[in-house]
Design a protein around this ligand. Structure first.
Ligand SMILES: NC(=O)CC[C@H](N)C(=O)O
Length: 224
């Protein structure tokens, strides 16, 4: 599998994503957005960072890069597509995934380790976990609050498209464990099909024991 990690002006987690994929034996390369997706692309990562300085809204400008049309076509063709943090914001701004990521309830940039509960383990991104398992991943965002209209939220839950929720160390989904005010403590969701997913926490930053754990590797195994 050759994964294209799409770099926009201001992306800053693209190298981390390539290295984290390399550690699990997945070939990945950084692709500058203006160059388009290489013909041999078998997977796409939209990495974290501050594309275009988060001007207008985080992810709003990158979503208008022509490469996103190619990413959409790839997604529709069944190629795995994962958006992480700023990549999640780009995914939702591109309508690849539902809802929006807005300013944290704290109105501050938050950088911390959080607990996540695996809601649906029957997806390529979560198959390495058990449903209900609690994992620990870092977050680092100012606009990570997942918001969606009530009716669409209910449909999302009914369709089992919630991947992760913020929780406490025991797996209880509480307001206190919600770092940013996300609807239903949602931290990651599927697109219309299971090959497309976005999440705000950073799996690529949780893929090396020396850096605090490898709980994120399971998400990246969606490309393995
Ligand atoms: N780590 C990131 O990708 C940050 C995303 C975005 N710049 C934000 O602050 O919300």
């Amino acid at each position: 599998m050759t994964v294209s990690v799409v770099q926009f002006g201001g992306s800053n987690c693209d190298r981390d994503a390539v290295r984290a994929l390399d550690r699990i034996g997945v070939d990945a390369e950084r692709v500058w957005h203006e160059d388009g997706l290489p013909a041999d692309t078998e997977g796409v990562v939209l990495p974290g960072g501050f594309s275009y300085g988060d001007y207008l809204r985080a992810g709003a400008m990158a979503a208008h890069s022509p490469i996103m049309n190619e990413v959409r076509e790839a997604a529709e063709a069944g190629i795995p597509v994962l958006g992480v943090c700023n990549g999640a914001q780009i995914g939702s701004e591109s309508r690849l995934t539902p809802g929006a990521f807005t300013t944290n309830a704290s109105a501050r940039f938050q950088c911390e380790h959080v607990h996540l509960r695996v809601e649906n383990a029957d997806t390529p991104w979560t198959a390495a976990y058990e449903a209900g398992e609690v994992v620990s991943l870092p977050i680092a965002h100012g606009e990570g609050r997942f918001e969606i209209e009530d009716e669409r939220y209910e449909a999302l839950v009914d369709d089992d498209r919630v991947l992760f929720r913020y929780c406490d160390a025991d797996g209880d989904v509480t307001d206190a464990a919600n770092p940013n005010g996300s609807t239903g403590n949602v931290a990651g969701v599927l697109g219309e099909s299971k090959n497309v997913a976005v999440l705000m926490p950073h799996p690529e930053r949780a893929s090396l024991e020396e850096l605090g754990g490898v709980d994120g590797q399971g998400v990246l195994e969606g490309f393995a």
